[in-house]
Design a protein around this ligand. Sequence first.
Ligand SMILES: Nc1ncnc2c1ncn2[C@@H]1O[C@H](COP(=O)(O)OP(=O)(O)OP(=O)(O)O)[C@@H](O)[C@H]1O
Ligand SMILES: [Mg+2]
Length: 258
Amino acid sequence: MSFLRFEGVAKSYGAVEIVAPFDLDVAEGELLAFLGPSGCGKTTLMRMVGGLERPSSGRIALRGETLGRPDRRRGMVFQSYSAFPWLTVAGNVAYGMRYRRDLDAEAKRAATARLLALVGLTEFADAYPNRISGGMRQRVAIARTLAAGSEILLMDEPFGALDAQRRELLQLALRRIQREERKTVIFVTHDVEEAAFLADRVIAFSARPARILEMVDVAGRLGAERTLETRETADFFALRNHLLHLVRGAGGAEGDAP
Ligand SMILES: Nc1ncnc2c1ncn2[C@@H]1O[C@H](COP(=O)(O)OP(=O)(O)OP(=O)(O)O)[C@@H](O)[C@H]1O
Ligand SMILES: [Mg+2]
């Protein structure tokens, strides 16, 4: 039985087809990138996995059980900033652990400190979200979602608002966490470099209605280990170009073409 399975999943709003029927199997512990042009239906797909939206047909199953309403098995990081303004930075992260029975108070404090360090916000633990930048608020939201300990992380262009350096650090951190904690991650992006650098496998989607153009085995080409040097290898360059051609051919009005 596969871990996470999309079976004939499709979505329409009224007469408008957003996602054409597709099948996809996701292995446990895999980091999957959904790559596709703006407006193709990526957020809609994530909302269906998260349970915020129902497929018009087909089903999404976790270990054979059809997924319905949102629950703690899937944690979501959205495109827009989603830190709670009434809690401090540390409070936001700790809030993510409110249902965790596996951690006592001391373990929660330690986990909060570790996650704050991971996203580079230790100094801002006691600040409120309205006093930090948008990129920092997004890092708070990421740490809070990681804190919840969900087995599937759904990340919808979470690094879009960050500068290139912070983005690269978080990409490396995400891969490390994902491998250490055996998380299954679906990461949405329209950035070919980000998809190539992060993913074990890239699912390239066409413009709306989203259809799978190709499933690209990145781990098979680059290996599972990623470092800052990975980006400088010939294999990475070839992969990036391959994805770029897929996205350009996808017909999105806002593909990554210069
Ligand atoms: N509730 C809704 N009712 C009607 N149409 C919708 C609804 N939600 C999304 N859509 C349409 O579905 C299409 C896909 O939207 P979606 O947000 O999933 O795209 P996306 O790939 O995430 O885009 P982006 O890369 O810009 O975030 C868009 O044309 C959008 O207008
Ligand atoms: Mg979107």
